[in-house]
Design a protein around this ligand. Structure first.
Ligand code: SF4
Ligand code: SF4
Length: 385
């Protein structure tokens, strides 16, 4: 089967294995097939050797979290993210992966009113304990949300789909922080409801491209910066140039910034306040650390606002959230999270700062007290109430 992989990219792997310690699925299973090197070998066997697509091969690709922790560890610069995304898209196109449930589940993401209505119903069901625990749906999902309001046109704040329905308070906190620094903010709200990150992750390439085109069309009337407070959405939007391969998409991606990345360059514009009396461990979402590679900015912006920042000792290993991974692969996601929780327990922080909604909910499901960096800074700026 032709996986439509670039031969040079595929052959750039020299099978050295230096990526293995950075792969969460290899770390929890010890199974070479569930490692980057093993998966790349399978890609070659299928694309170049004509190996048939078996259940084991589909499983090997399906269980990849797509955290891309293997990329920065690779001395040969293998673009693993591009390889696995193309592989999954080819398996979907050739009907080797059932996607009907995912297509149905993702449909509301680009219909914000329906998504909010469904989220409200889910919030009520979660409070009544009617939602199976293994789905990892938080019990405290909001069933009411304060409206967005525009305060100016200096920057867009991308609000997205699930995060806007489930964690809108984080967007409000981010907006207040930006306003404190003197910037007028336009929340994108329903004009650009979904970036397509979850679709791309699931191998639904056509849907991802349609969401990318709609997002670019909605936010390209001017060239102001687009700030993103979800690491997964920011990574996806920064890769629109690669996804669509057009000059417009590349120009759009150059306007996208993770909000911590953008504020770290303007840290002097934030006020000096009494730091919160908390020790904060920073959890680096994979899409901030391995894909955007701007994770140090989180420390730069948080540091003046908290008593102490603490580093985890696991070298940025994935937490197992991975888009819809924790729902599709609950056992592996749970085992990967256990390693992260152990790393957090070793440093005993008061709070874990996580700049990605999927990671924060997955960790909260494991009993970890999480908060978005913008919410922490907003609390420090607003002071005791
Ligand atoms: S992906 Fe990179 S680090 Fe991993 S086996 Fe291949 S060449 Fe080595
Ligand atoms: S993307 Fe993550 S889970 Fe997949 S092979 Fe690379 S390190 Fe392993």
């Amino acid at each position: 089967m032709d996986l439509r992989l670039d031969a040079d990219e595929l052959n750039s792997c020299v099978q050295c294995g230096l990526c293995l310690p950075h792969c969460p699925t290899y770390r929890v299973t010890g199974d070479e097939t569930l490692s980057p090197r093993g998966r790349i070998r399978l890609m070659r066997e299928v694309q170049d050797g004509g190996a048939p697509i078996t259940t084991e091969i589909v499983e090997a690709f399906d269980t990849c979290v797509q955290c891309r922790g293997c990329e920065p560890a690779c001395p040969s610069g293998v673009p693993y993210g591009s390889l696995i995304e193309s592989t999954r898209a080819a398996l979907v196109t050739e009907d080797h992966v059932p996607t009907r449930l995912q297509r149905i589940g993702f449909w509301p993401l680009s219909h914000p009113r329906l998504l909010r209505f469904g989220s409200t119903m889910l919030a009520i069901a979660a409070r009544l304990r009617l939602v199976p625990k293994r789905l990892g749906i938080p019990r405290d999902l909001p069933w009411r949300r304060r409206r967005h309001s525009t305060s100016g046109d200096d920057v867009f704040l991308f609000t997205g789909c699930v995060m806007d329905a489930w964690q809108r308070d984080v967007h409000h906190a981010a907006q207040r922080v930006l306003e404190t620094a003197g910037y007028g903010v336009t929340p994108t709200a329903d004009i650009a409801p979904c970036c397509g990150a979850l679709h791309a992750h699931a191998g639904l390439g056509d849907n991802a491209r349609r969401r990318a085109e709609a997002t670019i069309a909605a936010l390209s009337a001017d060239d102001r910066p687009i700030l993103v407070d979800s690491a997964g959405c920011g990574a996806a939007m920064k890769e629109y140039g690669h996804l669509l391969d057009t000059p417009e998409a590349r120009a759009f991606s150059s306007r996208v910034f993770d909000i911590q990345e953008w504020l770290a360059e303007r840290i002097d514009e934030l006020p000096t306040v009494t730091p919160l009396a908390v020790c904060v461990a920073v959890q680096d979402p994979c899409h901030l650390r391995h894909v955007q590679r701007v994770h140090t900015a989180t420390r730069t912006v948080l540091d003046p606002f908290v008593h102490r920042l603490i580093e985890l000792d696991d070298d940025g290993l994935c937490c197992g959230a991975g888009g819809a991974y924790s729902v599709m692969q609950p056992e592996l996601a749970g085992a990967i999270r256990d390693r992260k929780v152990a790393a957090i327990d070793r440093v005993s922080p008061d709070i874990v700062a996580s700049a990605n909604p999927g990671c924060s909910m997955h960790l909260a499901g494991g009993g970890v007290p999480t908060e978005h960096p913008m919410s922490i800074i907003d609390r420090a700026i607003r002071g005791p109430r």
